[in-house]
Design a binder for this molecule. Structure first.
Ligand code: NDP
Ligand code: 2IT
Length: 446
């Protein structure tokens, strides 16, 4: 069944979704992992569970017209892919980046189905976004764009239907503007978005959650190697929400983080990254990472973000974007004696890079599992909104830690059950798939 099964699925997916290469990549990885599950459960094959999962339940594409500060009309394209609602309302972030097209939103929405299943919380999978580029735009332009985007999206979402959140280019500011417009149009105050501000229904620790969760997950990976973060040299790509809080937690646990990046280039600070400087530049001033060297002259800036993987480290965290670690980068990391890689970004390693890591004894934490702390804490925000209650930071953080431990246990359990010990890629795909597949079986052909 092996090759035939995966090839059959891929033929259908490629024909139906031409040119969407990131989506094809994400589907192939899952199909390769779960074919053994389907082989052992013929009822899944008969009910065409995987064939149904790869087809989104609903895909929305819409015009987003707005007027810039010069009075010029701009036209962007908006997306929301409501992929799978077998275990809960569609849930997943919104990405604003010029590279966004349907194939990116579909790969992200597809991964989100399995990630969300792993969180132990009741949320289905979805994703949205736009090719709008927030870089260089004024606050007013961002606000007008977010309002225009929500003017269409609001009719398709709801606190028990579809609950968006942030992703690349969408943080607290954008969520706030989108929430305001939703509330105005729908005339309800409800937890329809997560990652909200703390004064209007946001959860403490949601900002930190993806990065902290990644480090909690990797702590288990390191424990299995009988080690921890203390004194480890760490490289974390990106300098956005995920990277900043992964670095913060790693530093709290005694790691020496020496390199971070943005899409322009990377900095290496042999004295250890000063996170307050990074936060000022990226969160307050919305500047470029190269400005870091102005405050820390011993640090060095290099143009081009790919080179960051040549910086020798014990632990690597790709926290920027998809396919940022290729085969060559993976080989360089292995050559430099890197022992663990944890994916904070979605699909940051190419399939060839993953093969290098798995084949060389590096502990590898795949995105679906390792970065699930963000969406898990979004589910905790939904829970608090429904209860009309707010938990303390410590309470949310405690639950996040428990969830990341549970995800790790699920991945290890599934990998061992299928004779693939220590292959967390297969473990995450299988454990996530099983939960969704069982829910779909119980609900009939819908
Ligand atoms: P941010 O927008 O806060 O930061 C993104 C960072 O990655 C920036 O430093 C950005 O640089 C860099 N980056 C973005 N696109 C590219 C690119 N094409 N090439 C090189 N660098 C790039 O986003 P997040 O930190 O929220 O997201 C980072 C990753 O984590 C994404 O893959 C996202 O899907 C994933 N993720 C996010 C979660 C969340 O809760 N926010 C949850 C789970 C996963 P620059 O500023 O120059 O653009
Ligand atoms: O990729 C992701 O998991 C996110 N961007 C977070 C989604 C969410 O709904 O919190």
């Amino acid at each position: 069944m092996t090759k035939q099964f995966v090839d059959g699925i891929m033929e259908q997916v490629v024909t139906r979704n031409p040119g969407e290469v990131e989506f094809h990549q994400a589907v192939r990885e899952v199909a390769e992992s779960v074919e053994v599950v389907i082989a052992g459960n013929p009822e899944f094959a008969r009910a065409k569970v995987l064939e149904r999962i790869v087809e989104p339940e609903r895909q929305l594409m819409f015009r987003v017209p707005w007027v810039d500060d010069k009075g010029v009309v701009q036209v962007n394209r908006g997306f929301r892919v409501q992929f799978n609602s077998a275990i809960g309302p569609y849930k997943g972030g919104i990405r604003f980046h010029p590279s966004v097209y349907l194939g990116i939103i579909k790969f992200l929405g597809f991964e989100q189905i399995f990630k969300n299943a792993l969180t132990t919380t009741p949320i289905g999978g979805g994703k949205g976004g736009s090719d709008f580029d927030p870089k260089g735009k004024s606050d007013n332009e961002v606000m007008r764009f977010c309002q225009a985007f929500m003017s269409e999206l609001f009719r398709h979402i709801g606190s028990d239907t579809d609950v968006p959140a942030g992703d690349i280019g969408v943080g607290g500011r954008e969520v706030g503007y989108m929430f305001g417009q939703y509330k105005k149009l729908a005339n309800v105050f409800t937890g329809v978005l997560t990652g909200k501000g703390l004064t209007y229904g946001g959860s403490l620790a949601r900002t930190e959650a993806t990065g902290y969760g990644l480090v909690y997950f990797m702590t288990r990976m390191l424990q299995d190697r009988k080690t921890d973060w203390k004194g480890k040299t760490v490289v974390s790509s990106g300098s956005g929400n995920v990277s900043i809080y992964a670095v913060q937690k790693a530093q709290q646990l005694g790691a020496r983080v020496i390199a971070m990046s943005d899409s322009g280039g990377y900095i290496v600070d042999p004295e250890g990254i000063n996170l307050n400087t990074v936060k000022r530049i990226k969160e307050v001033e919305r500047g470029r990472i190269k400005e870091y060297v102005n405050a820390h002259p011993k640090a060095k800036y290099t143009d081009g973000c790919d080179g960051i993987w040549t910086v020798p480290c014990d632990i690597a965290m790709p926290n920027a974007t998809q396919n940022e670690v290729d085969k060559q980068a993976a080989e360089t990391l292995v050559k430099n004696k890197c022992i663990a890689v944890g994916e904070g970004a979605n699909m940051p390693s190419t399939p060839e890079a993953i093969e290098v890591f798995l084949g060389s004894g590096v502990s590898f934490g795949p995105a679906k599992a390792a970065n699930a702390g963000g969406v898990a804490t979004s589910a905790l925000e939904m829970c608090q909104n429904s209860m009309r209650l707010n938990w303390t930071f410590e309470e949310v953080d405690r639950r996040l830690n428990m969830i990341m431990n549970s995800i790790y246990d699920q991945c290890i359990g599934a990998s061992e059950a299928y004779g693939l010990k220590n292959n967390l890629v297969a473990g995450a795909n299988i454990a996530g798939f099983l939960k969704v597949a069982q829910a779909m079986m119980a609900q009939g052909i819908v």
